[in-house]
Design a protein around this ligand. Structure first.
Ligand SMILES: [Zn+2]
Length: 200
């Protein structure tokens, strides 16, 4: 009931990796600093575990199915930054709408796709068996495909280019976060999620 749990519940990995205490000299950089991908993957994984803990009723990893993964992705939409127009919106299909509308923001498909890739790897690295990996479930793949197609339609991104636009104009606005999701390994706003995950 009361969400007055400890503030700062999501402190950033205090006891990180006690195994690697091969104290090299020199300051700053640890022997093998994890890559961006690795640290992002770890953060995503912790976020997902946190999500399971906060889930009502609580979920364990072993009972987690593809349906739960999809539920998680939908939950993340509230932190998204990509405008996805509903079919009734006058700007449905417009890549650069001239005005605001009431459509909600969601996670860009590219971000979700990259996220699932990282979580899928993390699941198996943490002892999960490949054949029961919920992130590799067929339902998840289908869901991602549907998201991709609906976002492509809603935002007017054609699969084949119909008309030419100056690249600077389109890059400046609509498609920026999609691209970020692809090249940075997905800047899904996941990391800040954990603290506020409790239901109000
Ligand atoms: Zn709209």
């Amino acid at each position: 009931m009361d969400s007055a749990s400890r503030a700062g519940a999501s402190e950033p990995i205090a006891g990180e990796g006690p195994s690697s205490t091969s104290g090299g000299g020199g300051g700053g950089s640890t022997a093998a600093a994890p890559s961006r991908y690795e640290s992002q993957k770890r953060r995503d994984w912790n976020t997902f575990l946190q999500y399971l803990t906060n889930h009502k009723p609580p979920l364990t990893l072993t009972r987690c199915s593809g349906a739960h993964v999809i539920e998680f992705l939908k939950y993340l939409d509230q932190f998204g930054k990509t405008k996805v127009h509903v079919t009734g919106c006058p700007y449905f299909g417009h890549p650069n709408p001239p005005a605001r509308c009431a459509c909600t923001l969601k996670q860009a498909w590219g971000s979700l796709d990259a996220l699932i890739g990282r979580l899928r790897a993390a699941y198996e690295e943490n002892g999960g068996r490949a054949e029961s990996n919920p992130f590799g479930a067929k339902a998840v793949r289908i869901y991602l495909r549907e998201v991709r197609e609906s976002q492509a339609k809603a935002r007017g991104i054609p699969y084949e280019k119909k008309r030419k636009r100056p690249p600077s104009a389109s890059a400046a606005t609509g498609s920026s976060d999609v691209q970020a999701g692809e090249e940075e390994g997905g800047g899904v706003a996941v990391t800040s999620v954990t603290t506020t995950a409790t239901v109000l």
